[in-house]
Write a protein that binds this ligand. Structure first.
Ligand code: TRP
Length: 351
């Protein structure tokens, strides 16, 4: 079976290091291993309108920011098709046909939808467009016959619902669509990186994120202000590594090689953790280590970012070229869908 990979992000803000360890790093690795037939990365602007319909400017501005984040991390448009969701109108048409296969109560039971309704205080009156988003996401995935969808943990209910819609379509109209599978990052800590304040979620509204676009001084200042173990007061005190954000980030980022480079008295992270737990290792020292490692990862990203910020026209050209390519593929699938449903009138009635 062919291997078709699709992922996406909503352009509601610049991407942060949670996106990086949760998905971006993985996408680049998969892309460069080359063990797939086709790879797509979508900027989900239409989906983002579901809770930003009155703030189009924000979504428009962030399309290019997210695209620059992708390119800076190493997503390569010669290998991966990067596109803008609303530039592929076939996705909207597929969504429309799929809505008949889903009940409102099933949408409202989707745990991610439920959580996000609460988060946005939509309980009293939720826009139809917003609850519709699992269906639209199914269109995004199935339009490209994607069978592998690398996502964060919060997206699992979306993929589950997409699978249901695919089964329902196929059993009603005949085998046409492909059931997708979610792929999570292997390392547990990478599935949801906490904010620098220890909050379980990293986000713009919480002001607790480290962004790919942050400069070195900003990263350093954020690392130095990170939440650690509140009971680890004196250097000699025994410290706790669980729930200690500095160690969580080290788990997500540090390689043994980096540990030996920046803290040559240790061989690996476990030895550092042991020392911290025993007492005698200060927060500042561990924070400096994390800061060096983060900046080693982020500096090349930052340098590429600076280039693309000066060459936004190249970024737009890339996005429109990718969108044209994606559209051709989605048109093929839409034609198959209409044929399966028997609403391909121009083929049927002309005969
Ligand atoms: N809902 C995803 C998010 O919030 C973005 C997204 C839209 C997506 N369509 C998709 C992800 C299709 C994977 C596949 O991050």
């Amino acid at each position: 079976m062919s291997k078709i990979i699709l992922t996406g992000d909503r352009p509601t803000g610049r991407l942060h290091i949670g996106h990086y360890v949760g998905s971006l790093r993985n996408r680049v690795a998969i892309q460069n291993q080359g063990d797939y037939d086709k790879m797509y990365v979508m900027i989900a602007d239409a989906q983002a309108l579901g809770d930003n319909h009155d703030n189009i400017q924000k979504i428009r501005d962030n399309i290019v920011e997210v695209a620059i984040d992708y390119l800076s991390c190493g997503i390569d448009p010669s290998k991966t098709t990067i596109f803008i969701q609303s530039e592929v109108p076939e996705l909207t048409e597929l969504t429309f046909y799929y809505t008949n296969l889903v009940t409102l109560s099933r949408l409202m039971r989707n745990p991610t939808v439920k959580e996000e309704i609460k988060l946005r205080n939509f309980e009293a009156s939720v826009p139809v467009g917003f609850v519709n988003y699992p269906i639209s996401q199914t269109a995004d995935i199935t339009a490209f016959k994607a069978n592998i969808v690398p996502v964060g943990e919060d997206q699992l209910p979306m993929i589950e619902q997409a699978r249901e819609i695919v089964r329902s379509f196929n059993s009603t109209y005949g085998e046409t669509l492909v059931e997708p599978e979610a792929v999570l990052p292997k390392q547990e800590v990478c599935r949801r990186l906490p904010g620098i304040d220890g909050n379980a979620k990293m986000g713009k509204s919480l002001g607790n994120g480290i962004y790919l676009a942050d400069d070195e001084a900003t990263v350093t200042q954020k690392v130095m202000s990170m939440y650690t173990d509140p009971n680890h007061i004196k250097v000699s005190d025994p410290g706790q590594v669980e729930g200690n954000v500095v160690f969580t980030y080290l788990d997500a980022f540090a390689t043994d090689e980096q540990i030996r480079k920046y803290a040559p008295e240790y061989n690996n992270l476990d030895e550092i953790k042991e020392h911290y737990k025993r007492g005698g290792l200060g927060d500042v020292k561990v924070k400096r280590l994390l800061n060096s490692i983060l900046n080693e990862v982020l500096t090349p990203i930052r340098e590429k970012r600076a280039y693309y910020e000066q060459h936004k026209d190249e970024v737009y050209d890339m996005l429109f070229k990718g969108s044209d390519e994606a559209r051709l593929e989605a048109q093929k699938t839409l034609a198959e869908v209409k044929r399966a449903m028997g609403i391909n009138y121009r083929e049927i009635l002309k005969k």
